[in-house]
Design a protein around this ligand. Structure first.
Ligand code: HT7
Ligand code: ZN
Length: 889
């Protein structure tokens, strides 16, 4: 397979005005007739170049006509991936292509396929070519009319994009529907659904008074579970009007839930298709986390209507143009609907746990990649989450109003176009009269910059100087890096932890926080009128996606911030830094000791968990003014991934043990306080479950306390957990107890798992949790149980959700790193097996090996051996090929 390069972009030689599609859906062969109104886009006086349409090897060409005349065999060429019309007529012309496809055999879940007996499509990134030969690229935007014909009994609901124009009966038991989408769109936004679905309907009236019909479709058994998604949709529509002045632009908005889906959801114009786990919710099946995700993803897909659909990407290298921006928008929406500080903390924790390691590994790429073999591999945390952080930079630099001005200009200039990240930057810069070229480098450089800060207080001059030094490490293919623009949001704390007023030379009074622009390798900023030596609170709100090193930062500074910083993110961050220091110190001690010395003894000899840290932890737990969700986040130790990221060639099992040891110590020393927190946050019996900030805060704090106590492995606590599991009145509490129980080797574990299965065996979405909790269990030797689960009726290998629960759940567990290599072998086997079924799922599982350089030499060798074994498989998909070959480079 050959890579495609961003630098090779060329506009298409032909454009398409209109597309008329007719789908004749049949159980054996489905026929697709596509009539395209093509027009030249090549140089005006030039000869008509051949027209190359993309295709796929499972698409069969049945007919080809130009201007109503069949094209002779000598007039075209077909390869497994394309159809070329050798001598197209000069000027505009009509092309008719008829293809035969078999959606029922399509286990890739790209193009048209069947899920749960119903037809649905997934065309992003390049799935449309699996339906018909086409100019499958986002800069070809056309108006679509879609006619669907199918058996009326089996497929009573026929949907596509836009407005329903016509429907009726056909001969025999068949019927048809015709849909017309007035907005030009790229083919990746095309969608079709046909099936025995039922709907829930509602309406939303826009700010300008237009009534929009909203419909959510599911299989009949699930329709009672869509109310929350409907409310989330209406909230999203209102929020986009309030914050960005953006109204919905059609009279109908449909969401369809399907069980077999490679990703979370898809923003097809007016016909969003969702993985059912991101639509369906009820308290007995869904956790608070599920509710939050549903709200966020419903918002995300809805927001794409403007950022992605009305203004789309010129080419797939620009993916972050729509994804980074839309993630930024959905993060803002969730922050406004719930707790903004906690949302920010969660987003940063995710970024640091998964994106930082991607940026440090063999698949590191800029948010706007320079090349790819298979675009599907670039729907990454870098393009999405780091991309959102880069959008946040504009927001931090320009302020909310400046950012809005930039967005308004972006839509004014580019509505209806396929554009680039440079166009977005230009709109932001021009709307505000600012030079934002320093932000531009973030689009082209991979790797996470390290920003080192040193400070100096001059007591005589009452001045405080902050000096910064930035370095971006080399990454694959990018040995040398240039400085980027880092907005550093800072405050200065006095000895009582309160904010000092800020005065910057030549800038006057700045309030409690200000943004410093670090745009060179070295920068320096001097604050004046600083009465006492302050403690700097740096990178407030995580104002840039960097690793911050603060020279001279002491534990006293961190404890002061943990107790008082007015910036909630930095308050949390101070706790994380204290925990991280301790974890690294204990890890160092344990790694340096003889293997015969018990871990607890090594840690105790290194000082254990110091009293000051326990006291700081306790102060947070008992702080009457703090929100429960914030407390729970502040009680959470850095994740395995974050700790591993700080250690050269880490032993992941030892990291896990040290982290567990610290939790055990906190549990031992603060047992009464944790038990009190559990008691105080019990939701009073009889209170109906609601997903609201207050109830979620109580549940998360209670369950976090329960989980910390669970590390003690005392029979009394295990019994209590089993009781809580059984008495839980909602899935959040039930799963919380089950997760802790599942990591204990007690009879209660098996009992709880069996009871959970018996109660939920007819609920596939709930069984995903059951699979995942067992897959990620930390008990030694768990691999045998996970292998056995592949044969369990709850597991279906062709359903991506099942694979993600089982294989990715396992790959995130400590057992993946078992010293005998059995975990690596299992995931290697799974990649090879899955690649025969679904390339996208297989390559996501293969991604588990890409971090191998972070681990010790023995584990590196075993992971590399699996990568080599996969690479040697004949007929490997391009998706997996790209991941394994780049990892082995
Ligand atoms: N824009 C959507 C991307 C997507 C996708 C990409 C590749 C393969 C399958 C897929 N399903 C959905 C999702 C989103 O970001 O909104
Ligand atoms: Zn998206």
């Amino acid at each position: 397979p050959q890579p495609i390069f961003r630098a090779d972009y060329k506009p298409p030689a032909y454009l398409i005005d209109t597309v008329h599609l007719t789908f004749s859906l049949n159980e054996d062969v489905t026929h697709v007739t596509s009539r395209l109104a093509l027009k030249p886009n090549y140089a005006e006086n030039g000869a008509a170049p051949p027209l190359l349409l993309n295709g796929r090897d499972d698409v069969k060409l049945v007919g080809l006509k130009v201007a109503g005349q069949a094209v002779p065999e000598s007039g075209y060429e077909v390869t497994p991936k394309s159809l070329t019309l050798l001598s197209p007529p000069a000027g505009p012309f009509e092309l008719e292509v008829v293809t035969a496809i078999k959606p029922q055999d399509n286990s890739l879940l790209e193009g048209l396929y069947k899920s749960g007996g119903n037809y649905c499509t997934q065309c992003e990134a390049e799935g449309f070519r699996g339906i018909t030969y086409f100019l499958d690229r986002p800069d070809v935007m056309a108006r679509y009319t879609t006619r669907i014909e199918a058996d009326a009994g089996k497929y009573p609901v026929l949907l596509s994009n836009g407005n329903l124009k016509e429907e009726g009966q056909l001969e025999g038991s068949r019927h048809y529907a015709v849909w017309e989408d007035p907005f030009p769109k790229p083919c990746y936004l095309f969608a079709l659904v046909a099936g025995a679905l039922v709907k829930k309907e509602d309406t939303y009236t826009t700010g300008s008074g237009k009534t929009v019909t909203l419909r959510i479709y599911t299989q009949p058994a699930n329709i009672s579970q869509v109310d929350f998604a409907m409310v989330s949709l209406k909230k999203s529509m209102k929020w986009d009007e309030d914050v960005y002045g953006l109204e919905y632009d059609l009279d109908l908005f449909n969401i369809v839930a399907v069980d077999d889906f490679n990703m979370g959801a898809m923003e097809n114009k007016s016909l969003n298709i969702f993985n059912s786990r991101l639509v369906l919710a009820d308290p007995d099946s869904s956790t608070d986390g599920d509710y939050a995700r549903i709200e966020g993803v419903v918002g995300h897909e809805y927001f794409h209507n403007w950022t992605g659909n009305r203004v789309t990407c010129r080419d797939w290298f620009q993916l972050t143009l729509k994804e980074g921006l839309t993630v930024f928008r959905d993060q803002g929406f969730s922050a406004d609907m719930n707790s903004a500080p906690v949302k920010r903390i969660e987003d940063v924790a995710l970024l640091r746990a998964s994106q930082f390691s991607e940026d440090a590994g063999p698949m590191a790429h800029p948010i706007r990649p320079d090349s790819y073999i298979k675009m599907d591999n670039f729907y990454t945390v870098t393009v999405y989450e780091k991309g959102s952080e880069i959008i946040r930079l504009y927001h931090t630099l320009l302020g909310p109003q400046g950012f809005r001005k930039g967005m308004d200009l972006y839509f004014q200039r580019h509505d209806g176009q396929a554009v680039t990240c440079d166009d977005f930057l230009a709109a932001m810069a021009d709307a505000n009269g600012e030079d934002l070229s320093g932000v531009g480098r973030w689009y082209s450089q991979a790797g996470t910059p390290t920003l080192t800060v040193s400070t100096a207080y001059d007591a005589a001059k009452k001045s405080f100087t902050i000096s910064t030094h930035q370095v971006t490490p080399p990454t694959n293919g990018q040995p040398d890096k240039l400085p980027v623009l880092i907005p550093l949001k800072v405050g200065l704390l006095g000895p009582d932890g309160q904010d000092l007023p800020l005065h910057l030379e030549g800038k006057g009074d700045l309030g409690a926080s200000t943004v410093l622009r670090c745009d060179a390798e070295h920068n320096s900023f001097t604050f004046t009128d600083v009465a006492v030596e302050p403690v700097p609170s740096l990178l407030r709100g995580f104002s840039a996606p960097v690793k911050l090193v603060v020279q001279g930062q002491t534990d006293d500074h961190l404890r002061l911030m943990f107790a008082h910083d007015s910036d909630p993110f930095n308050r949390w961050e101070a706790g994380q830094r204290l925990y991280m220091k301790l974890l690294l110190q204990l890890y160092g001690a344990a790694a340096g000791a003889a293997s015969s010395v018990p871990l607890a003894d090594c840690c105790a000899a290194a000082g254990g968990v110091p009293g000051e840290l326990v006291a700081a932890f306790r102060a947070v737990l008992e702080d009457g003014k703090l929100d429960g969700s914030f407390k729970a986040m502040a009680m959470r130790l850095p994740s395995m991934a974050e700790i591993v990221d700080r250690i050269d060639e880490a032993d992941p099992v030892l990291v896990w043990q040290v982290r567990h040891y610290v939790y055990q110590q906190l549990a031992q020393q603060l047992r009464p306080q944790l038990e009190a927190a559990i008691k105080a946050n019990d939701v009073p019996p009889g209170t109906p479950y609601e997903f609201n900030a207050q109830q979620c805060a109580r549940r998360v704090l209670r369950n976090m306390s329960e989980s910390i106590l669970g590390s003690l492995e005392s029979p009394e606590i295990q019994e209590q957990l089993l009781r809580r599991f059984r008495e839980a009145t909602n899935m959040t509490d039930r799963m919380a107890a089950l997760t802790v129980l599942c990591d204990t080797d007690t009879p209660g574990r098996e009992q709880a798992l069996q009871e959970f299965y018996a109660a939920n065996k007819d609920k596939p979405l709930v069984l995903l949790k059951w699979l995942a909790v067992q897959a990620s269990c930390a008990l030694p030797g768990n691999i045998a149980k996970v292998r056995a689960l592949m044969g369990h009726p709850a597991f279906t290998i062709t359903t991506p959700n099942c694979c993600y629960s089982l294989f990715l759940g396992f790959a995130r567990s400590v057992n993946f790193h078992a010293a005998d290599g059995s975990g690596y072998e299992f995931i290697g086997d799974s990649v090879i097996k899955m690649d025969k079924i679904n390339h996208q799922v297989a390559s996501r599982i293969a991604g588990a090996f890409t971090t191998f350089k972070q681990y010790d030499k023995e584990r590196q060798a075993m992971m590399v051996a699996q990568l080599r074994r996969i690479a040697a498989v004949e007929g490997l998909s391009e998706n997996v090929f790209e991941i394994v070959t780049k990892s082995l480079q």
